[in-house]
Ligand binder design. Sequence first.
Ligand SMILES: NC(=O)c1ccc[n+]([C@@H]2O[C@H](COP(=O)([O-])OP(=O)(O)OC[C@H]3O[C@@H](n4cnc5c(N)ncnc54)[C@H](OP(=O)(O)O)[C@@H]3O)[C@@H](O)[C@H]2O)c1
Length: 291
Amino acid sequence: MRTDREPVTVIGLGNLGRVVAEAFLRDGHPTTVWNRSAARAEALAARGAAVAGTAAEAIAAGELVLVTVLDPPAAREVLSGAADAVRGRALVNLTSGTPDDAREVAAWAREQGAAYLHGAVYAVPETIGTEQSSLNYSGSEEVHQRWRHRLDLLGRGTFLGPEPGLASGYDVAVLAGMYGAIGGFLHAAAMARAAGIGATELTPKLVSWLTDLFPALSTFAREIDDRDYSGEESSLAMNQSGLATIIRASRAQGVPVTTLLPLKELVDRQVAAGHGAASLARAVESLEGGG
Ligand SMILES: NC(=O)c1ccc[n+]([C@@H]2O[C@H](COP(=O)([O-])OP(=O)(O)OC[C@H]3O[C@@H](n4cnc5c(N)ncnc54)[C@H](OP(=O)(O)O)[C@@H]3O)[C@@H](O)[C@H]2O)c1
């Protein structure tokens, strides 16, 4: 433990909370931990963490308090049971949730006299604190300024702005993109398997093509922001035809098309409205009820 390091508290010692606590312990911070099931704190105690009997006791011990529990209801439950302890604390909530969840906890924290920063983590426990870890923050700029060098122990941090829901707004959108990509990958693996191709044979080719394709997303993004879909490189009509081919191939292989049909429907709506020559990015308008 180093005398120049501030006391830190970690609430919730699941896969993420455990490595968060370890990062602060490694850097010499007096670290107090609390977990609903006490057994999970034992390994950290052996590494020098102080184990609090209640969440309120743990929060009272730290200047910086990190919350890493399963979901927003769990965060609400733990924090509301420790309301008296949070006054004057810098509360950094790394629990994933919606923008409204973050705004709600931020408003609650303000009422209790605590400063609130919400964090979205882009890492897995193994990569916390490495180059492969990054975090987006929104909420109290003062907390971010004051603690950013310590928070950098977890990964590269970016402050997005004072609106507490902003980091979660980015997060849910990024994760929606991620799940879309995973849906595509699983469908590709099922089609490959049906054709006698191993997923491990397919994947390098898929990754190579996606890596070449990804820069096009920035072009699509500009078109979407400008609502100008005049780009001619990848038209809706061409992609409608391409999707129809893949759907036919899937059906012929006995692979259900449940992941492809929703995208085809978005494209179909735009083509039916007379936009076949427009850029594929125009399909986003189908998600806005824009016809
Ligand atoms: N793991 C990751 O790679 C990762 C990456 C980015 C973001 N996150 C986010 O970080 C958060 C924690 O993830 P995790 O992987 O650490 O989850 P986890 O391993 O499942 O741990 C969940 C933690 O929440 C606690 N908990 C659940 N319900 C509770 C309640 N009602 N009251 C008090 N404590 C409760 C659990 O306590 P018990 O031990 O008593 O069950 C445990 O400490 C999640 O919101 C997750 O989305 C995780």
